[in-house]
Design a protein around this ligand. Structure first.
Ligand SMILES: *Cc1c(COP(=O)(O)O)cnc(C)c1O
Length: 222
């Protein structure tokens, strides 16, 4: 029953996505068996928000899964995920980017990273403000980091029913994405990820250029 439901939800969501939009199944709080059910339905990209959980699941699940780290990342946890993580969505300081670079070097990898932007009204959320993000990039020191690759931007909209507010926030991040691309990554085809939208707001995010939606409860709890 449950397996059928997970497969059905993945299909329902995937069928409505425009081409060029990737579904990341956010499997935090769900056991390896639930992930396996999604895998058997064809899902290959999964998101986790705790380093140790990510490692445990990585160790027992198929090796062709792309693992996205989407939670707040503490420096002392990077070492657990550095050997295999596909993309870190939650770079919220230059210092963290430097630390990830250091671990990438140890493992002879270039680790894909997104800059997390604080756009929501809630104070509790992490990330650069748009101004901080532009200033960090303008400073240019990131260009010396050879073992990380900045692939784009991630954001979480306010947790509100007000769709106008959510749309306004996604529009602001889309504009930032375009500005950052034009100013710092023009001609770099690898800067092409805008990670925006969750179970309740991903259709809005897609209207504002999201390329990667992070959906958890709509797949695993519905
Ligand atoms: C949990 C989480 C999601 C998924 O949220 P749902 O509402 O369950 O789809 C997406 N992004 C981040 C950063 C999360 O922590």
């Amino acid at each position: 029953m449950k397996a059928d439901r997970i497969a059905e939800q993945i299909k329902n969501i995937s069928d409505t996505l425009p081409c060029g939009v990737t579904l990341i199944a956010v499997s935090k709080y769900h056991p390896a068996e639930a992930i396996m059910q999604a895998y058997e339905a064809g899902q290959r990209e999964f998101g986790e928000s705790k380093a140790q959980d990510l490692v445990k699941k990585h160790d027992v699940l198929p090796t062709d899964i792309k693992w996205h780290f989407i939670g707040h990342l503490q420096s002392n946890k990077i070492k657990y995920i550095a050997p295999f993580v596909y993309l870190i969505h939650s770079i919220d300081s230059y210092k963290l980017l430097q630390e990830v670079n250091r671990h990438g070097e140890k493992h002879c990898r270039k680790i894909g990273c997104l800059l997390q932007i604080h756009i929501a009204q809630e104070e509790t959320k992490f990330g650069f403000t748009p101004e901080e993000c532009m200033a960090m990039l303008a400073a240019g020191e990131w260009r010396t980091l050879e073992n990380v690759e900045i692939r784009g931007i991630m954001c979480m909209a306010s947790n509100t029913e007000d769709e106008n507010q959510i749309a306004k926030e996604f529009a602001e991040v889309q504009k930032l994405f375009n500005d950052v691309k034009a100013n710092f990554f023009a001609g770099n085809d690898n800067f092409n990820i805008l990670s925006a939208g969750m179970s309740d707001d991903y259709p809005i995010a897609i209207n504002y250029g999201s390329t990667h939606i992070r959906v958890g409860s709509k797949i695993f709890n519905d």
